[in-house]
Unconditional design. Sequence first.
Lengths: 298, 415
Amino acid sequence: MNRRSFSVAKLLAPYLFVGPAVIAVAIFLYGPILGSAVLSAFDWNLLSSDVRFVGFANYKAMLESADFRLSMWNTVLYCVILIPAEIIIPLILALMLHSVRGSWLAPVYRGMLFLPTILAFSVAGVTWSWLLNPVNGLFNEILIGFGFPPSRWHTDPELALLCVSMVTFWKTFGLNMLLWLAALANVPRSLREASKLDGASRWQFFWTIELAMIAPTGFFISITTLFHILDDIVGVIDVLTAGGPAGRSSSILYFLWQQGMRFFQFGQASAVAMIIIAMVLLISWMQFHIGEKQVHYE
Amino acid sequence: MAKLNRRQFMTGAAVVAGASSVRISPALSADSRIEISSTWGADKPFQKVVDAFNAKKLGVTVVNRFDGDYESAVAKAVASIAAGRPPAMMITGWKFGYFAKRTLGARDLHEIDAAKADTIIANFRPSVLPLVTIDGSVIGLPWAMSTPITFINSTLWKEAGLDPVLPENPDTEWLYAAARQLDIKLKGKNGTYRSALALSNNEWTSQSFIQNAGGFIIDPVGKLAVDSPEAVAGMEQYCAPAHEGLWLPVSDKEQDAAFESGALAICTTSSTRAASFPLGGAKAITAKFPGLPGHARKMNSGGNFIAVYTKNQEQAAASLAFLEFCASKEGQTIWSKVGYLNTSLHDIPLINDFMKPAAEQLKDGLTAETIWPGKRGLEGQTIWRKWVSRMLLKEVSVADGMKGAHDELLALVSA
């Protein structure tokens, strides 16, 4: 290879390495976002020759829809319940697992706790609907056995959202637990030994040293938990409640799916998608703006 | 090397071309392979219909592609039609009639082959043909039809001291009285019994109550009529057992599971369950769907039709060949095992006596389930279900619920 061709290859190399990834992101991420933005200004079902430009009418219709507002409010409630639960409880479980590291029981516990995460949503949904069946589900049989009145569980408008939250949590906490566990394993043992020599208790060590060391993982978990809660709830809602009773367990993403894939109102579905994108961007920006200042990187 | 003159060459070429064309012609039809998007997997009788047709080796091979429920199948069809590759045929729910014709482009069978279409359609009862006639076009084969009937757990019924001879035309007064007696006699005293009654929490059975009260969801001239006094009276009767605590509305799957396990004594649901409920743990006996005292019965039906979507003429002709088999006595006999009603004119025996109430209801005349009109008609079912749930849960009174449903649906169907 002569010097000229070598320098051309050197010049092109970064583009050749990065190019495929950039093209893939452009085609499969930014392309559809742009397509949705355009589609949100039209009244079209993808097939009909009747295509009408409606400007912001789809946004207006969605914001005026009581079902949209209810699903939006439900989503806020899901986030309020699930984000802290999905961060704190997996951390507690990870600390417990970390404390038995080295024991033969550690992988058994880890496997048992992670198992629900790899289960298909359809299987999990059917299983939970059997457990929660208000007529003869196991949970009601237990309540009756202890002399309590039976509950309507996911068919009760007041409990439906909590039931979906419970199943979503059970189905998804395992991933965060593994991430916390990996972070804990990376805390140098020497720090623990040094803190012991200084007379620090286990709690003091965790609160003042360990938590700061695993903060970057915590920041990562806080960002991704929002995304996967929005996403994973849809699977649980679909198989457990179908958004009911009367929309009381629906979420914004489930509402979007209904508009698009059940009613084929792609203009309105795209408007909802754009609203979700704007919301997620805003929340992520806030998380970075506020959260990153608290994070200590080595 | 032997030399060919021009005449010999032309003769040889003509022979080869002729031979090729003779071989190509049957090969084309022999290779006709059409895909049908269906709601049934390989373990269901529909696959047996497909297999029986393929075994005849008529030069058309049908492939049954399981695409989930009606909604999922339609969603996949939208995607494939948008990509320019529609399924040759699709099992389409009655409720998607307008959408199938106006949006998905279901073909008029007469437009494909008028003579053959008439031969096929002649196999069916004239009363079911309006169900597949949309905008004046026959867009499919009236394939599956079911109607809600009453299933009763015979053991629990007997244990509660109720008369095992069921009335020919049961009404809500009789049914609800029986449900109350079941609760009094068995609640807390029987190992499996948990609830007396389930009327199915969906748009289908609520429509039956409205029609049996003399009302309509959409009247014969196409006007939304859910706020009429008759419709409100029907819904009052439908919601009464839920408000009284005799019925715990749950999903269809949960309802079926509760009935089969002996936790639920009475269940009104699709007549297709006559193929399974009587043979299971519940040892179900059947009766007609309850009418309303003092009102003429006017029951409805649900189900699906097989529509042709392909624009390719050869594929469309091959699809008609399959539909011809489906309409034949042989095809209908295989299909009848699933528990749907016999919509054809062929003399096909009922799969069991538990189907008799459904067959009687068919004889009395059945209307279609609600086919929501308008560009946004597909949302109608979800909105109606939402209001039905609200009324069952007492979140709104029945009168307010019907008004709320009317107002929301009106904006939708007139869009």
